[in-house]
Design a binder for this molecule. Structure first.
Ligand code: ZN
Length: 149
C-alpha cells in the first residue's frame, strides 16, 4: 500500500494552506457550485469569459486539503486559456487521477502532475476532480448544483 503521506506532497499542502485565486469574482459572468457529499467539499467557481477565452477565474468555499489544492491549481492552470483548452486539460487531469497515467501529457499538466498519487485512493478522486467538474458546469452554464454523487 502506498503511504498516505505521499498523497499530501508539499505542493498540495502549500496550495491548501494558501489557495490561489481564493475569492469571489464580482464581475463574473459564469459561475457554478459544486459539492462532494462524501467528503463535504463545497466550492463555487467564478469566471469572467470573453468569447472563447477564460480571462479570469476564482473560487470560494471549503473542503479537504486535496480538494482545495486542486481547485487552487485548477484556477492557475486554466486562467488565460480557451474553453476548449480547459476542457482538454480536465480530460488529461481526470485520466491522471483515475488511472495514474496521462498519455504522455505530463508537460501540459505541469504542477497538476502531483495529483497522480490520488489514483491509489479512489475515495480521493472525487475530492481532486470536484473543482474541475464545477468548472465544466460553469463553462456549460448549468444552473443546478454539481454533485459528485
Ligand atoms: Zn475532500
Amino acid at each position: 500500500m502506498p503511504d498516505l503521506r505521499d498523497l499530501y506532497q508539499e505542493v498540495i499542502l502549500e496550495h491548501s494552506k494558501a489557495p490561489r485565486n481564493f475569492h469571489a469574482l464580482a464581475q463574473a459572468n459564469q459561475k457554478a457550485e459544486g459539492f462532494n457529499p462524501l467528503c463535504g467539499d463545497h466550492f463555487t467557481v467564478y469566471m469572467t469569459t470573453a468569447g472563447d477565452s477564460i480571462q479570469d477565474i476564482a473560487f470560494q468555499g471549503s473542503g479537504c486539503a486535496i480538494s482545495k489544492a486542486s481547485a487552487s491549481m485548477m484556477t492557475q492552470a486554466v486562467k488565460g486559456k480557451s474553453k476548449a483548452e480547459a476542457k482538454e486539460l480536465f480530460d488529461t487531469f481526470h485520466k491522471l487521477v483515475t488511472t495514474g497515467e496521462s498519455n504522455g501529457d505530463r508537460e501540459d499538466l505541469g504542477k497538476l502532475a502531483v495529483f497522480s498519487g490520488v489514483s491509489e485512493f479512489p475515495v480521493r478522486v472525487k475530492c481532486a476532480t470536484l473543482a474541475w467538474h464545477t468548472l465544466q458546469a460553469a463553462l456549460e452554464g448549468k444552473q443546478e448544483k454539481v454533485s459528485t454523487e
